[in-house]
Unconditional design. Structure first.
Length: 187
């Protein structure tokens, strides 16, 4: 399978034209792990078309560094063009693993396209939800439709209430869940 990237995004909503404002990527190349966590500059987020409910769920107004600190300069904040280049670099040649990863890859692919960058990740992301359902069914049980409960059915602790909807906590959750379902084998 090659390198894996466990990723998650927090976005400006659930709508088609949503933009990622927080991106977390944990890249695994064999035994080596590296991590990227960044926020996209508020000037590049098209907040006029954001979904207020989506921003509330993801904690945008409480967690985005430029909103929280009112500073235009913050070390983890990148213009969307630079964020796109970093996403391309960190995901190049890797298989994306996540909790409903197509939500994230579609959003990231649109960001990359706005800046003339092609995604470099491998086609066919791995959804730990699908893996979990298949595993629970193989064990002769009914998979719970709630992701948190399904995670617990697999023996994987989900993010706490305060960690939910934070990109890094959700990327780490996907990694723990994937490892529990595959025995840590990353091909």
């Amino acid at each position: 399978m090659g390198p894996l990237v466990f990723l998650d995004t927090e976005t400006t909503g659930l709508h088609r034209d949503r933009r990622p404002w927080e991106i977390a990527i944990i890249r695994r190349d064999g035994d080596a792990h590296s991590r990227l966590l960044l926020c996209v500059d508020i000037d590049d987020l098209d907040l006029a078309h954001a979904d207020p409910a989506g921003l509330t769920i993801s904690g945008f107004h409480k967690r985005h560094p430029q909103v929280r600190h009112r500073s235009r300069h913050y070390p983890r904040v990148y213009p969307a063009r630079e964020a796109a280049a970093l996403v391309r670099q960190w995901t190049a040649g890797a298989t994306v693993v996540g909790v409903v990863p197509t939500f994230d890859t579609e959003c990231l692919a649109a960001m990359l396209a706005r800046h003339g960058v092609e995604p470099g990740w491998r086609p066919g992301p791995v959804d730990v939800i699908a893996l979990a359902r298949a595993t629970v069914e193989r064990l002769g049980r009914q998979p719970d439709p709630d992701y948190v409960t399904l995670s617990l059915q697999c023996g994987v602790k989900p993010p706490t209430h305060t960690q939910q909807h934070t990109a890094l906590a959700d990327a780490r959750w996907a990694m723990r869940w994937y490892d529990a379902l595959t025995g840590g084998i990353d091909g």
